[in-house]
Design a protein around this ligand. Structure first.
Ligand code: RAT
Ligand code: ZN
Length: 420
């Protein structure tokens, strides 16, 4: 274990350790099984994933409205025919469906959909959750939990017995994206807020954050931001960040997870959730935000590839910043390899290499195997370089590095829970 590995043994050792390392998946859109139907799983959910809907429409000559009028099975049939029967599934998202089915031991091929559906119809949800987490080797995952979501909120208000593998994150996009609407919703939830940023309104927003962070037992507070946003402007966004979110995070010791780069409105609303766009972000404002608040911890994932180098430089300046994941449009092998290599070269082992962003439970079965293969390749090359430079690379060193990148470093970054 502790002896230095000969060069030819480094790559196979890294591959074995990466394949076998339990992951803490720090951002998903999955839900605790006790939350019921909102936890999506199964083949039809996989096939109607918004990444695939967008890809299918590139090949379909069908009015969008006709697609949305179909039921889920019909939509799934159409996507299967379009992306898996009439052409080969080579894109990352289509190949993902193949990987996940394959890992479940199912035969995959153009004629197999009816048989695959029959297999899923026999599965029980609780058992399937265990099966997927075990096969994907995910030790725990972080959900995205929004009190503004009418489907999700009632469950939290009623309360339920938590599955300890499903951690919570408090998602608050409406507070930043649509203040008038957020005010209405906060009022309905019993908070005495008004459109003006009075002292009472800001204190009520902080009370809302505190109530919900406690109710969820949230690990962090999270929001996505448009590329047009530049901190510190004179908008409601900056006021809410400065006067509500930062004081709350400071007082309660919760990190603020920033996800800049999503176009504020759907650039093709016909595609619904698949219609979001991406844009390069001016990160200078974020440098200020993070640099001026050293007593607040920030998680950061940025949607544009062009921003990634500056994120690494920011990581080198600010120890209260933790870059994470290869998010959404970055979750493609060509970009993942590049980003992971650059982060290792600039930040060492002090980041989280990937999150799954899974919306359908089964997607853990491809997002993680696909990442593990790429991560192992990049990491092996780095450890080989280190060995060639003269440092003794041992199995223990590699295991520690793999653990760090797959959730361990995130856990180290999280502030210790406050007593009492
Ligand atoms: O990747 C996705 O599924 C996107 O639709 C978004 O939900 C994104 O990940 C986000 O968290 O905003
Ligand atoms: Zn997400």
């Amino acid at each position: 274990m502790t002896s230095s590995l000969p060069l030819p043994q480094i790559a196979p050792t890294v591959a074995r350790l990466v394949a076998g390392a339990p992951v803490l998946d720090i951002h998903t859109h999955l839900y605790d099984p006790a939350q019921g139907e909102i936890l999506l799983w199964g083949i039809d959910e996989q096939l109607t994933y918004h990444y695939l809907v967008a890809e299918a429409f590139r090949c379909l000559d069908l009015p969008y409205a006709r697609f949305w009028a179909m039921n889920k099975t019909e939509q799934a049939d159409l996507i299967w025919r379009t992306l898996f029967v009439e052409r080969a599934p080579v894109s990352e998202a289509t190949r993902g469906v193949v990987t996940s089915l394959n890992l479940l031991g199912l035969d995959v091929g153009p004629g197999e959909l009816p048989r695959i559906r029959r297999w899923f119809a026999e599965q029980k949800r609780e058992r399937f959750v265990d099966l997927v987490l075990e096969k994907a080797n995910v030790r725990a995952l972080v959900m995205t939990n929004s009190p503004f979501d009418d489907l999700e909120r009632p469950g939290w208000e009623r309360g339920f017995a938590r599955d300890s593998r499903f951690k919570a994150a408090l998602r608050i996009d409406p507070l930043l994206h649509d203040w008038p609407q957020a005010v209405g919703q906060l009022q309905q939830m019993g908070y005495a807020v008004s459109l003006d940023f009075t002292a009472q309104t800001l204190s009520e927003v902080r009370r809302f954050l505190a109530d919900w962070a406690r109710r969820l037992d949230a690990l962090y507070v999270m929001a996505s931001l448009p590329p047009s946003y530049a901190y510190p402007d004179v908008s409601a966004v900056t006021t809410v960040i400065e006067k509500a979110i930062l004081p709350f995070c400071r007082e309660h010791g919760l990190p603020f997870a920033l996800m800049p780069g999503v176009k504020p409105r759907l650039i093709n609303p016909e595609l619904r959730i698949g219609g979001h766009g991406m844009g390069r972000v001016d990160l200078d404002g974020y440098e200020r935000l993070i640099g001026e608040n050293p007593d607040v911890k920030f998680l950061l994932t940025v949607l544009s590839r062009e921003n990634q180098h500056q994120v690494c430089v920011m990581g080198r300046k600010f120890r209260n910043l933790h870059p994470f994941g290869c998010w959404w449009f970055l979750n493609n092998p060509v970009i993942i390899e590049d980003m992971t290599r650059m982060r290792l070269e600039m930040l060492g082992l002090t980041f989280t290499a990937q999150h799954s962003d899974a919306r359908v439970l089964d997607q853990l079965l491809y997002k993680w195997p696909h990442f593990r293969a790429l991560g192992a390749k990049v990491l092996a090359a780095k450890y080989e370089d280190t060995a060639r430079s003269g440092w003794p690379v041992t199995e223990t060193i590699i295991a520690e590095g793999v653990h760090a990148l797959l959730g361990g470093e995130f856990e180290r970054f999280l502030p210790p829970p406050k007593a009492g």
